[in-house]
Write a protein that binds this ligand. Structure first.
Ligand code: ATP
Ligand code: MG
Length: 262
């Protein structure tokens, strides 16, 4: 226990935290393979695509009006592919490490909810359960917004129409230290943020893979949302896990606090 150094609490849980850390580390490997792929794609596809796009734009000026829809199609589709590659390139950036400072996680969550209300989650009810005394996270605000935005967006995409509810909560978890299997210094991850939705839940066979890149059940989904979340939380030294059954799916993110910087 952090407050009482002479006392130790031993809890036995069905699913060991070591397993979760192990999973998180595996997620990190999968994001690494995306990052190598993104670098390759950027080089081999993005550059030629900008040439294709430019050529279509030039053609647009000289083709008869009834055919401009074809040049439009070329431009729009190249833009779509470039946007996908840009998304993959998020994996190559290490900005979390460059710019970490104490961040008020409630500002992060409020921003995410405001973005949701203004756009992808207009008809969803948000319930905010915050621990107002929560200390700051040691992190990168923009990257934390990006991570939680992906979680809230996923939740908004599965909740039932008209009665969708997303519960966002924060809590302080006393004295929990996670010892990574590699035997590194135990991590103190006292800040807990959960995103809970009342959607259909995630089937067991899918659950094992959702942090892998390109796993998606959505039409037009990239399957890069959760791998990116796992990378960003991992870059913060944090851990993410989930618990899912119908009408109650909870993504739980544990983060280090500002004073704990190594
Ligand atoms: N809260 C949730 N409830 C149910 N299923 C979920 C939830 N979050 C994620 N999933 C499942 O995990 C899959 C992967 O999610 P991820 O965010 O990585 O990609 P995506 O949402 O499909 O695509 P994109 O993020 O590019 O829109 C989803 O397609 C969905 O099947
Ligand atoms: Mg997503």
């Amino acid at each position: 226990m952090a407050d009482e150094p002479t006392l130790v609490v031993v809890t036995l849980k069905e699913q060991s935290i070591a397993g979760k850390i192990d999973q998180t580390l595996t997620h990190r490997d999968s994001s690494r393979s995306v990052s190598a792929m993104a670098a390759l794609l950027a080089h081999e596809i993005k550059n030629p695509l900008s040439g294709v796009r430019g050529a279509a734009q030039l053609l647009e000026q000289s083709v008869p009006p009834e055919e401009t829809q074809l040049t439009r199609l070329i431009i729009e589709e190249t833009d779509r592919v470039v946007a996908l590659i840009d998304r993959m390139e998020d994996f190559t950036s290490d900005t979390v490490f460059d710019a970490r400072e104490p961040v008020n996680i409630h500002e992060v969550l409020e921003r995410v909810i405001a973005l949701g209300r203004a756009g992808f989650a207009k008809r969803v009810r948000f319930v905010e359960r915050y621990d107002p005394s929560l200390p700051a996270v040691y992190g990168n605000k923009d990257r934390l917004i990006q991570a939680f935005l992906n979680l809230v967006k996923n939740a908004a995409e599965v909740v039932p129409e008209g009665e969708g509810e997303i519960i966002v909560s924060t809590a302080y978890q006393h004295g929990v230290r996670l010892q990574a299997p590699s035997g590194a210094v135990p991590m103190q991850l006292p800040l807990v943020v959960t995103i809970q939705d009342n959607g259909p839940g995630i089937p067991d066979d899918l659950r094992r893979h959702i942090f892998d890149p390109f796993v998606t059940t959505k039409h037009g989904g990239t399957g890069l949302g959760l791998p990116l979340v796992a990378k960003l939380i991992g870059d913060h030294g944090g851990v993410i896990d989930l618990d899912s059954r119908p009408r109650r799916t909870v993504f739980r993110v544990m983060l280090p606090m500002a004073e704990e910087k190594e």
